[in-house]
Design a protein around this ligand. Structure first.
Ligand code: 5GP
Length: 116
């Protein structure tokens, strides 16, 4: 799938759209979801331009997973939810709405077990 460099996460990475930044390193960025499914809902994205997991480099995939794990640990330390979902969708049929690879980190409470 060709990469649309005008998507909102690409704009956030370029500093052309705002976000509430939580963490950043050389390869990844973490920020608050604008329409959170729960308090503490974070998004982890690679700085590399990739629409879906299929285009992501091995290095970026590894960096995103490590950052997502750090984010989940931080959310657990801050909010102590009884559960936590890490989820990511590829393609509109799977529910992907922003065409830049992202991992959701979402605290879950009893009975809320569906992925976003
Ligand atoms: P998807 O549906 O593609 O798995 O997830 C996209 C996520 O991006 C949604 O949870 C949505 O709320 C979030 N989102 C969409 N636009 C923006 C934005 O401009 N800023 C932020 N922080 N999150 C956004």
């Amino acid at each position: 799938m060709s990469y649309d460099s005008n998507n909102i996460f690409a704009q956030i990475l370029r500093g052309q759209a705002p976000c509430i930044k939580v963490f950043e390193d050389q390869m990844t960025l973490v920020f608050m979801d604008i329409m959170p499914q729960a308090d503490g809902h974070l998004l982890v994205i690679p700085k590399e331009p990739a629409s879906q997991i299929f285009e992501l480099s091995d290095d970026a995939a590894a960096a995103c997973m490590l950052t997502a794990r750090k984010a989940a640990i931080a959310v657990r330390a801050a909010l102590n939810p009884p559960g936590m979902i890490l989820a990511q969708a590829n393609g509109s049929a799977a529910g992907q709405t922003v065409p830049h690879f992202h991992i959701h980190v979402i605290p879950r409470h009893s009975g809320e077990f569906l992925a976003p």
